[in-house]
Design a binder for this molecule. Structure first.
Ligand code: PLP
Length: 377
């Protein structure tokens, strides 16, 4: 299967025509428990939902193939998957992208430090800043690239040069890029994490998370955490994710081309102070993005002239872009990140984040134009 291209893997990796019934669409197994053999064994490999489940297995195989890993472990949310990686690397020093998803930053500050780990929050788009932050007891370099909501890019291959000789695990939150536009393991990362709630799910109707890695010992540690912590995804959520991933390559490409068109439109708009999108040549990390990404995904931020009030008014005037958190769904969303993230937010007060959906680009541009029109005058 590995020799096939992404579109083929998204449909065929991890599943097969059901040998018993000939069903083409994968069966949904709602059972949480599985029959023992007469001698007490489990020759099917399945015993109880928390340990292993057929729909979870299929999902894990599919995402393993898309990310070029050895294996994967699926969770009930991206947050649970992230915590599993922090737990699996053990106590020690962690260096993390300072403008990563705010939930990840809170988790590090509120939970992981409680285990006795120390965290340095660093602008990981600067290799020098990461080099200066690494210590003898550093266990993990956690990158979010593109970051969220400032869309800064960290150079995975260059940072791998720093971590490889020091026995530091290099993990990448690949949620914003999706496995279609960036495969961190191919650039030297050891671990990839997705909030499957976003592009993998793609329809804003399922929560999940998944960790992919090459090293079996690390995968075993993450899998052990899943079984003990219990944050397992439901069979139906795994089934829904598998179904959505079949169309991920198509969706991801349209998200990215719509987002690039929106970014170019906003960049020349009189009401806009600046646009944060790595696909624009004006972005500070554009060259690094082009080196490691095939396209820059569907998320972008922009800063509205006139401060917070002007930004809030523009968001209120939008008709197609729905005012809601999250990203990666078919529908376009707009969000004032500073309000949702609270006082320690890295987001400027006049910043709006867009998750650009799959509507027709002409309609999206017309909506933005009418919403920004009053601001521009
Ligand atoms: N990572 C990123 C980049 C995110 O945007 C999110 C959620 O917004 C998460 C992780 C956490 O995922 P979840 O909401 O599925 O727990």
């Amino acid at each position: 299967m590995d020799k096939h291209k992404t579109e083929t893997l998204a449909i065929h990796a991890g599943r097969q025509v059901d040998p018993e019934t000939g069903a083409v669409s994968p069966p949904l197994y709602l059972s949480t428990t599985f029959e023992r053999d007469a001698d007490g064994g489990y020759s099917t490999g399945y015993e109880y939902i928390r340990d292993r489940h057929p729909n979870r297995d299929m999902l894990e195989r599919t995402v393993t193939a898309l990310e070029y890993g050895t294996g994967a472990v699926a969770f009930s949310s991206g947050t649970a998957a992230t915590l599993a990686v922090f737990h699996a690397v053990g106590r020690g020093h962690i260096v993390a992208t300072h403008d990563a998803y705010h939930g990840t930053l809170h988790q590090l500050k509120e939970l992981v430090t409680g285990w006795g780990s120390e965290i340095s929050f660093v602008a990981t788009s600067s290799i020098d800043a990461v080099a200066a932050a690494l210590r003898d007891d550093t266990r993990l370099l956690w990158l979010e690239t593109p970051s969220n909501p400032l869309l800064r890019i960290s150079d995975i291959a260059a940072l791998r040069e720093l971590t490889a000789s020091r026995n530091i695990v290099l993990a990448v939150d690949n949620t914003v890029a999706s496995p279609i536009h960036q495969q961190p393991l191919n650039h030297g990362a050891d671990v990839v994490m997705h909030s499957s709630t976003k592009y993998l799910g793609g329809h804003s109707d399922v929560a999940g998370g998944i960790v992919v890695a090459r090293d079996q010992a690390l995968l075993d540690a993450v899998g052990h955490y899943l079984v003990r912590a219990g944050a397992v995804p439901s069979a139906f959520d795994c089934w829904l994710l598998q179904r959505s991933i079949a169309t991920l390559p198509l969706r991801a490409r349209l998200h990215a081309s719509n987002a690039l068109a929106v970014a170019r439109f906003l960049e020349q708009h009189a009401a806009v102070e600046a646009v944060d999108y790595p696909g624009l040549s004006s972005h500070p990390d554009h060259a690094t993005a082009m080196k490691q990404m095939s396209a820059c995904g569907g998320v972008l931020s922009f800063r509205v002239n006139g401060g917070k009030e002007a930004a809030m008014q523009a968001a209120a005037r939008l008709r197609l872009f729905i005012r809601a958190t999250s990203l990666g769904g078919v529908e376009s969303l707009v969000e004032h990140r500073a309000s949702i993230e609270g006082p320690d937010s890295h987001a400027p007060q006049n910043l709006l984040r867009l998750s650009v959906g799959l509507e027709h680009i002409d309609d999206l541009l017309a909506d933005l134009d009418q919403a920004l029109h009053a601001t521009a005058r």
